[in-house]
Design a protein around this ligand. Sequence first.
Ligand SMILES: Nc1ncnc2c1ncn2[C@@H]1O[C@H](COP(=O)(O)OP(=O)(O)O)[C@@H](O)[C@H]1O
Ligand SMILES: [Mg+2]
Length: 635
Amino acid sequence: MNHPRAHGPLGRYALTEESKREAIANAPSIDGLMPRILGLFGPHRSPLSVTIALVVIGAALSVVPPLLIQDAFNLGLFPETGGPNLELLGTLVGVMVAIWIVIGGLSVWQHYLTAQIGNKVMGSLRVRMFDHLQSMHLGFFTSTKTGAIQSRLQNDVGGVATVLKDVIANMLGSTVTVVASLVAMLILSWELTVVAVVLLPLMILLQKRIGRVRARIAAATQQSLSDMSAMTQEALGVSGILLSKSFGRQSSEVERYRQENHTQIDLQVKLSMSGQAFFALIQIFMSAIPAVIYFVAGVLILGANPLTVGTIVAFTTAQARLMFPMMNLLQIGLEIQTSRALFARIFEYLDLTPAISSPANPTPINRDQLGVVEFDQVSFHYDESGEDTTYGLRDVNLTIKRGEYVALVGPSGAGKTTLTSLIPRFFDVSGGEVRFAGVNVTALDLDELMSHIGILSQETFLFNDTIAENIAYGKEGATSTEIEAAATAANIHETILSFPDGYDTVVGERGYRLSGGEKQRIAIARVLLKDPEVLILDEATSSLDTHSERLVQAALDSASTNRTTIAIAHRLSTVVNADRIVVISAGRIIETGTHQELLRAKGLYAALLAEQKLERDDVEWGANDGSTTPASRRQ
Ligand SMILES: Nc1ncnc2c1ncn2[C@@H]1O[C@H](COP(=O)(O)OP(=O)(O)O)[C@@H](O)[C@H]1O
Ligand SMILES: [Mg+2]
C-alpha cells in the first residue's frame, strides 16, 4: 500500500517528473477548480468512503505487529522465568501473521475500489470531452492541432486516473502510517522517538535539496535535447544540407553538433548521478538510524532507563516503517499540483463554447422551399479576432433555384470552398446572410439543416469498417436493399460484388484498400442514401485518373438529377452543361452565365478554359510522343 512507486493497472499513463512540472507550469487557471473536481466524485461517494476507511484501517493495523514484537521478545523469546515460552510465542506470531493477512486483503480491496473509481471518473470525463468536442464548430479544429486535441483526450484524462490513485491512496495511507508509527514509537519509548525524529528533518532537507538540483539538471537536459533536435532538423533537412554544402560549412556544423552533444552527455551523467546520490543517502539513513538508536539505547540503559531488548527491536521495526511514507508525503505536493493541472486542462476544454450552435427556438424548415439557397450580400473572413481584415468572401449575392445545377469555377484560393461551407454553417458569415429554404441558416436547427445537405469533396473519408457500414452511415437504420440501391445508383454495386467479401469487405484505414475512384463512388452511395435536397460537390473528381473520373462523373450525374447541386469544378469540361456557371475570383463573383454566354463574354471563364485546353493538348502530345509521362504509363 505504501510503496513509493507502486505501478497499478493504471501505470501505463505514468507521468515523468519533468512532464508533471511542465503540466503544472502550463496549467490554465480555472475558477472554482476544487469544487468542480470534487463534483466529479459525487456519484462515487460510497465506494470512496469505503476506500478511505480501508486505507485508514489498513495503515493503523500495520502498526500493531511492531508493538507485538516487544512482547514476542520480552515475554516469548526471553522471559525472565528462563527458556522461551513457545505457547505465547505461537499465539503472538499467529496474531501477527493474521494481521498481515488482513492488511493484505484490505489493500487488495482498496486497490480494486480506487482503480474502479479512478477509471469510472476518467471514463465519464472522456465521453463528456468527446461529446463536447463533437459539438465544437469547424473553425476550432482548423485552428487547433489534432495532436493537441488527442493529447487532452488521452493523456490528460488518462493521467487523471493515475494521479488520483496516487493522491488518494498514497496521501491518506502515508499520513496514517506516519501518525500511527509515531504513536507506536512514543508508546515504546519517547526518548528514542526524539532521537529518531531529530534526524528526520535533516533527511527531508536533503531530499528537498536534491529534488531541486535534479529539477534544474533535468530542465537543462531537456533544453539541450531540444536544441540538438532543432539542429538536426535544420542541418539535415534538404535546404540545410544545400546551404551548408554550398557554403562549405559542413565542418563547422559538425563542430557545433559535437559541442552540444558534449553538453548533453555531461548533463545525462549528472542527472543519473544525482538520482543515485539520492538513493544512496536514503540507504545510509535507513541503515544509520537504527544503529544510532542502538547506541542511544545503550546510553539510556546505563542511565537506569528500563529499556528491554523487545522494546528496542520493536522500536527499530516501527521506525523503519516511517521512511517510505515520509518520502511519499514529500512527493505528494507535486502529485496534488499535477492533478490540479490536469483537471484544469480538462475543464478548460469542457468550458469551450462552440461558436456555432443551434438557436434556442429554431425556425421550422419550410418544405415547399427546400432546395433554394440564397446568398444575400455575404461577406466572410476567417480570422475571428478581426486582426486579419482580408476577406475570404465579399459582396456575394447569389440565388440558387430548386433543382438547379450551379457550377462554381475560379482560380485556386478564390473562395469557392469557403462559399459552400457557409451553407451547412461550418462557418458563420461575417456580414449579410445565407438563407436555406428561405430562412436564415442561423435560425435553423443545425441537425435539421445538415440533414438536407450532402457534401462530396476530393478527400473522401471512409471509416475502417465494412463497405456496407460505410454506405449505411448516410442514413440511420438503412436496410441492405436501400444500401444496394444506393450503390447501384452510384455505379459501384458490380465492383463491390466482385470483391471476395462483397459488401462485407473491410475498407482498411481511411479506405486504403480501395482505389480513389472506388472510394469516391462509395461516398456517393452514402450521400445518395442520405438523399439530401442540396448536394455540394467540391472538386469531387479532381484527384482521379481519366477512367475513374468517367465512372464517378456518371455516378455524380445520376446523383444530381432532381436535386439542387452546387458543383465546384476544377476541370472545366465537366461544367459545360451546368444550368449556370458562377465565376469567383478573390472572394467575389465576377461573372455568371451559361457556358455559351461566358464564352461570348470573353472574361475570366473564357481565359481559364483556354488555359486548360492548352494544358490538355500538352499532355496528349506527351502521350503520343511515347515518353514516360505518368499519364502514358498508366495506360
Ligand atoms: N480554415 C481556414 N482558415 C484560414 N484561411 C482559410 C481557411 N480555409 C481557406 N482559407 C483561405 O481562404 C481563401 C479561400 O480558400 P478556399 O475557399 O479553400 O478556396 P478555393 O476553394 O476557391 O480554392 C484562401 O486564401 C485560403 O487560404
Ligand atoms: Mg477548394
